[in-house]
Design a binder for this molecule. Structure first.
Ligand SMILES: NC(=O)C1=CN([C@@H]2O[C@H](COP(=O)(O)OP(=O)(O)OC[C@H]3O[C@@H](n4cnc5c(N)ncnc54)[C@H](O)[C@@H]3O)[C@@H](O)[C@H]2O)C=CC1
Ligand SMILES: O=C(CO)COP(=O)(O)O
Length: 332
């Protein structure tokens, strides 16, 4: 069994902090890189990330840094900055890594400027690095508290995926292996957009029937998009797809669902986004997802509706009504 002992987590938001905390509990030597000096100080001096994961006491062994150079000599890197910043941060990190160092991609989104998934972005910046995707139904607060969760770990390099599972796995964090990198990434990226839609339905108080319909028809959109990108349907039926879709569409712990909920309750996009420090990836992914779907004739009416509301000034009630008015077609 190969264990990666020295781990650097890049990204001091809620998820990076939770993963770093979990890996420290597994007995690994973990350094967490955060962009904000306040976050570094807060973690090192009070064992809490007051800005992004307040109220959770972090293990004393977890060290934070503001220097990317401290990633030098790591056995493995966890990349946990939001999707739109992955390329820039990876460029800055590049000179401190060996080409053989595995990189675990944990962001859930599509790069807005290129339409690329995170593994494609990373392959351009670090073409020789072995890539692994870690994704699943995992609210950061729960993982940080040590509550049980299960994830998909996908890589074209199965031995490395196994090593990552052996490195991070514990009785409260159960990895399942996959070879389907694209499928693992599509699930996480698309579900964020669908969670905004579920939030809108909740905010409008349209009921549980509507939410179940949305989750199911949203799943159909995820599968269509994933298959067009070469993903396997079964992967999207797993933890990183259906599992994460159910979680994110079921709880206002989700930033994406709560963003949608506020829209459904009548707040404007500007009011909601103003002053938000935490990321709602669905906001950024919705437009590129809707564009790709239109260009490639992938039928994704829910994603298009979310894009319309978020970025084209669409009236919430009218967009929902238009969705329901579409011609009746075969379910499958
Ligand atoms: N929070 C969660 O429960 C989970 C989050 N994720 C994913 O993890 C990724 C990171 O999300 P969170 O840790 O929740 O973030 P967060 O919302 O807690 O924090 C925002 C992060 O964005 C960073 N940031 C802001 N501007 C930046 C810039 N210009 N360059 C680089 N970084 C910048 C901040 O430093 C901070 O780390 C996202 O893709 C998210 O979808 C995945 C699973 C669970
Ligand atoms: O990805 C997540 C849970 O798996 C977190 O969802 P939110 O980003 O919507 O909070």
């Amino acid at each position: 069994m190969t264990i990666y002992h020295k781990i650097t987590v890049i990204g001091g938001g809620a998820w990076g902090t939770a993963l770093a905390s979990m890996a420290t509990r597994a007995g690994r030597e973990v350094t967490l890189w955060a962009r904000e000096d306040d976050v570094v100080t807060s973690i090192n001096e009070t064992h809490e990330n007051k800005d992004f994961l307040p109220g959770i006491t972090l293990p004393e062994g977890l060290k934070a840094t503001s220097k990317l150079a401290d990633a030098e000599g790591s056995d493995v890197i966890l990349m946990v900055v939001p999707a739109q910043f992955v390329r820039a941060v990876a460029q800055d990190l590049k000179s401190f890594l060996k080409e053989s160092t595995p990189i675990i991609l944990c962001a859930k989104g599509i790069e807005q400027s290129t339409g690329k998934m995170m593994n494609e972005v990373m392959s351009e910046v670090l073409p020789k690095s072995p890539l692994v995707v870690l994704s699943g139904p995992t609210f950061a607060h729960e993982v940080a508290k040590g509550l049980p969760a299960a994830v998909t770990i996908a890589s074209r390099y199965q031995q490395i995926a196994q090593n990552v599972a052996d490195t991070l796995g514990q009785t409260t964090f159960r990895p399942y292996l996959s070879r389907d990198v694209v499928g693992a990434e599509v699930g996480g990226a698309v579900k964020n957009v669908l969670a905004v839609a579920c939030g809108i339905v909740a905010g409008l108080e349209l009921g549980e029937n509507a939410r179940a319909a949305l989750i199911t028809r949203g799943m159909a959109e995820m599968v269509r998009f994933g298959e067009a990108r070469g993903a396997k349907r079964e992967t999207m039926m797993g933890l990183c797809g259906l599992g994460d879709l159910i979680l994110t569409c079921s709880s206002t712990q989700s930033r994406n669902m709560s963003l949608g909920m506020a829209l459904g309750q009548g707040k404007s996009v500007e009011q909601i986004m103003m002053g938000r420090k935490s990321v709602a990836e669905g906001y950024h992914t919705a437009s590129i997802l809707a564009d790709i779907a239109e260009q490639e004739s992938i039928d994704m009416p829910i994603a298009a509706a979310v894009h319309k509301i978020l970025h084209q000034g669409g009236d919430v009630a009218k967009v929902v009504e238009d969705l329901m008015r579409r011609p009746y077609v075969s379910e499958l």
